[in-house]
Design a protein. Structure first.
Length: 178
């Protein structure tokens, strides 16, 4: 595991949420990202899939903010964010990642699973990457890399493993975007 890469990717994650550049992230920043993704998919914000995504982002923020000691309605500095993610997500390995990140990945699958099979196919994954601001030219190779069983679809488990490996610095596919 590359600690430098992990730290750089977490800092980039913080910067993506800190849209106004004030050095703090709050619940509204997480909600804004969910809204951007929902809009990019052309989904109605009141649909069950959109609500699930928004709710998962809010829950993730509230959990981390509470653990960081700022409360569910407070805001975190970059240092607080890095420390709480390290303690609650990375230090606990799979259990931490599954508790904090998996619900959001599962909600993303629910949003972009347009054919209802519970998995993400190449066109759906391409749209996902575009929605989060990743250069679409990277989609084909990223999909192939993440599709660990070669099935031609991505499961929630494969996507959670990919996001975890990306943030741990052991997978180099673009999963954060601009």
């Amino acid at each position: 595991m590359s600690t430098t890469v992990k730290g750089d990717r977490l800092k980039k994650r913080f910067e993506k949420w800190d849209v106004n550049g004030n050095g703090r992230i709050g619940k509204s920043d997480y909600e804004a990202e969910a809204r951007r993704i929902i809009e990019a998919f052309g989904e109605d914000a009141s649909s069950p899939q959109a609500r699930a995504l928004t709710d998962s982002y809010i829950s993730m923020y509230e959990f981390l903010a509470t653990k960081a000691g700022v409360g569910a309605d407070g805001s975190m500095t970059e240092e607080q964010f890095l420390n709480v993610v390290e303690a609650q997500v990375f230090a606990e390995g799979d259990a931490g990642f599954n508790r904090v990140v998996r619900p959001t990945v599962a909600a993303m699958v629910g949003l972009c699973d347009t054919d209802g099979d519970g998995e993400v196919g190449p066109p759906e994954f391409h749209k996902w990457l575009e929605a989060i601001g990743v250069d679409p030219s990277a989609a084909v190779e990223a999909f192939r890399t993440i599709d660990s069983d070669g099935s031609g679809t991505l499961t929630v488990d494969e996507l959670v493993a990919a996001v975890r490996a990306y943030h741990f610095g052991t997978l180099d596919v673009p999963l954060l975007g601009r």
